[in-house]
Write a protein that binds this ligand. Structure first.
Ligand code: NAD
Length: 384
């Protein structure tokens, strides 16, 4: 069920194309700070409720990152691994045409689970405006060198997750070189997290994908792992390492756990088996706030998704503004570090968990913008 409240959602659209068999959703949650920004999720199980929850997360994430975007998200019901590229293009373009009256004016699309840069190319082509989505291929340029696409394949989200993790480690007075890490998922976010965090000196001991978990206490060699995954389709073919069931990753004895794949993976079934002392949410909503509360009471620090994985949306804003990749990465690092530190200090000073601290800051910003918008409309109404 969608719960409507003082923030939104402002628009919920369900679209269906009987010719193509395209079935999709768009939820524009709140546009007080700017047009709604959020990716297109393509999975066989995506629902309007899931899209709404993700859109609401975007409202807070964008507000917290201090970028002039509101919150939105969309979804197309299809299993990307079971369709041809031709069908995929047709579905994306059908969806783009169906929601064109709202995009880019109120919705700016981007990649999410199951979609990537080629989908963004097709989306922008069908929409007719390069401003209608971000995460486009690098060669899609208005002004070569400046106003070009910044595909999410550049890995800005994983890069940001690592800077959020590093800032938290320094906040806790620890040394990243003494830290062991387990990463759930080895797609766009997970693989870049693994790469960047190992460059900073942390030891990545476990990584999972849908086929299983590969574990080696001595540490995994990340560039070799990336090549193994590319060549064979799964991290479980990496050697040397022990292969465990996918879900066991969450129960390993590591310092940091980084969920970077699916929603709701930390549940009442495994929450008490977690041994990590820090969880940094690379994926969106890997657990409910109730689970975070349980972990908080046990002294396990959870850096929430809206702080940790905002690198993607910060880079989207950089692309929207026409920045080049160098300027984008500088912006992601600066904003993510500042946001993480601000939220952790606020949480510590008030004795609350980081999600509550982040929410207090984000809600206040959205509420202020909403009030301002209402006042402006009232003035216009009186004058008109
Ligand atoms: P992706 O499709 O590139 O990768 C997903 C990965 O999850 C794949 O490696 C897949 O094998 C793995 N996976 C699937 N089922 C699994 C299972 N049961 N256990 C373990 N791994 C499993 O997706 P992504 O872009 O990396 O996104 C991952 C998460 O991060 C999502 O929650 C997404 O909303 C969030 N996120 C992504 C971005 C971005 O820029 N990519 C930005 C913000 C948030």
């Amino acid at each position: 069920m969608i719960e409507w409240d003082e923030f939104g959602p402002e628009k919920v659209l369900e679209v269906y194309d009987p010719v193509m068999g395209m079935h999709g959703f768009l939820v524009i949650d709140n546009t007080a700070l700017g047009p709604g920004k959020g990716g297109i999720r393509m999975t066989s199980s995506v629902t309007v409720q899931e899209v709404f929850r993700l859109a609401r997360t975007m409202t807070w994430k964008n507000a917290l990152a201090k970028i002039p975007f509101g919150g939105a998200k969309s979804g197309i019901v299809a299993e990307p691994r079971e369709i041809t590229a031709e069908t995929r293009k047709a579905l994306i373009q059908s969806f783009a045409r169906a929601i064109k009256p709202l995009s880019p004016s109120l919705y700016i699309a981007g990649p999410d689970v199951g979609t990537g840069q080629e989908d963004m190319r097709w989306y922008a082509e069908a929409n007719g405006s390069l401003k209608s989505c971000t995460g486009k291929p690098a060669e899609m340029c208005v002004k070569p060198g400046e106003e070009c696409g910044i595909p999410h394949e550049f890995g800005s989200t994983g890069f940001g997750v690592v800077h959020s993790t590093a800032e938290t480690i320094s906040f806790l007075g620890l040394n990243i070189k003494d830290i062991t890490v387990a990463i759930e998922g080895f797609g766009n976010v997970g693989s870049f997290v693994a790469r960047h965090i190992s460059v900073l000196g942390a030891r990545v001991v476990a990584v999972s994908d849908r086929k299983g978990t590969v574990y080696n206490e001595a540490g995994l060699e990340i560039e070799t792992l990336i090549k193994r995954k590319e060549a064979t389709g799964s991290v479980t073919n990496y050697k040397p390492g022990t292969v465990l069931p996918t879900k066991e990753l969450f129960e390993l004895k590591v310092d940091i756990l980084i969920p970077a794949a699916l929603s709701d993976v930390i549940t009442s079934e495994n929450v008490n088996k977690i041994k990590a002392r820090l969880i940094v949410e690379g994926s969106n909503i890997p657990m409910t706030p109730n689970m975070e509360e349980i972990l908080h009471k046990k002294g396990i620090l959870v850096v929430p998704d809206l702080v940790a994985n905002a690198g993607g949306v910060i880079s989207s804003y950089a692309e929207y503004r026409g920045y080049n990749p160098k300027k984008m990465f500088e912006m992601v690092e600066r904003k993510i570090k500042n946001n993480t530190r601000t939220v952790l200090e606020h949480a510590r000073s008030k004795g609350i968990k980081p999600r509550d601290a982040a929410m207090e800051i984000a809600v206040e910003r959205v509420r202020k913008a909403t009030r301002l918008r209402r006042e402006t409309l009232e003035v216009a109404h009186v004058r008109g």
